[in-house]
Write a protein that binds this ligand. Structure first.
Ligand SMILES: Nc1nc2c(ncn2[C@@H]2O[C@H](COP(=O)(O)OP(=O)(O)OP(=O)(O)O)[C@@H](O)[C@H]2O)c(=O)[nH]1
Ligand SMILES: [Mg+2]
Length: 232
């Protein structure tokens, strides 16, 4: 495990430059072994999805930095990367699942790590599950959604790479994805990290989810100022 406290701020002065989840983000912690956690335990959301679905890209887009490593080759993220936003909550970029070329023992290790972060000691409070918006629902995504539902894990879904879906196909595709995941999730948001489409809406949904999942009630305010709109 490693600690690397580089801090990233969105450019000041314009709401456009502001990160969508708060004011600033710090790459705090890399979890390589099962059970690794940051020393200071804060509310946390895990970002999950198949390899190459765009988890790290979406995190960078929401945090308006290049903090998370992105690659055209699937299997890029090889540890649990904990990003701390405003010292108030953690966003965890996880290795992707479902990439056949990742060595078997590595896949098993990643899956153990993900399992632990969802259901081990000190699990995350909620999940942002990413599915590829251009594709029909995939078997591995269905299994993950089902597993999250069984755990009772508060989850929202983002359908990624929405820039790659033709306008004429969007309504149909959205209906198909929403229908597939509606049972186990609260909301499904189509997004594009390339064009920025719907990222602000997703950012707000993520903040609301963290607040609700960490206080047990949307009305309570024990995690203060999670809405960046409230701050300047
Ligand atoms: N067209 C398009 N491509 C995207 C978008 N988001 C990510 N990509 C591309 O998808 C590829 C994978 O992106 P990553 O963010 O590394 O995906 P990941 O889910 O973190 O992958 P692993 O860490 O390997 O699990 C890269 O080539 C990105 O440029 C998007 O919104 N639109
Ligand atoms: Mg990644």
């Amino acid at each position: 495990m490693k600690s690397n406290a580089s801090s990233h701020h969105g450019p000041k002065g314009s709401s456009k430059g502001r990160i969508l989840l708060g004011q600033s983000v710090v790459r705090g912690f890399e979890g390589h072994a099962v059970g690794d956690r940051p020393k200071l335990h804060l509310p946390a959301i895990a970002v999950l999805g198949r390899s190459n679905v765009g988890k790290s890209s979406l995190l960078n887009a929401l945090l308006k930095t290049q903090i998370a490593r992105v690659s055209q080759t699937p299997g890029r993220t090889q540890a649990l990367f904990w990003y701390r936003v405003d010292g108030r909550f953690d966003v965890v970029d996880c290795p992707g699942y479902g990439y056949a070329k990742t060595a078997k023992d590595k896949r098993a290790h990643f899956s153990e790590q993900i399992d632990d972060v969802l259901s081990g000691e000190r699990p995350v409070n909620c999940v942002l599950l990413l599915v590829d918006g251009r594709l029909d629902p995939q078997e591995s995504d269905r299994s993950m959604a089902l597993y999250l539902e069984e755990l009772g894990m508060p989850t929202i879904v983002a359908a990624t790479k929405w820039d790659g879906v033709k306008p004429s196909q969007r309504v149909k595709q959205l209906r198909s994805l929403t229908g597939e995941y509606a049972r186990s999730i609260r909301t499904l948001q189509p997004v594009s990290s390339e064009t920025g489409e719907n990222l602000e809406t997703l950012g707000r949904a993520v903040l609301a989810l963290i607040k609700e999942a960490s206080t047990g009630s949307p009305a309570q305010e024990t995690v203060p100022h999670l809405d960046p709109q409230e701050e300047e």
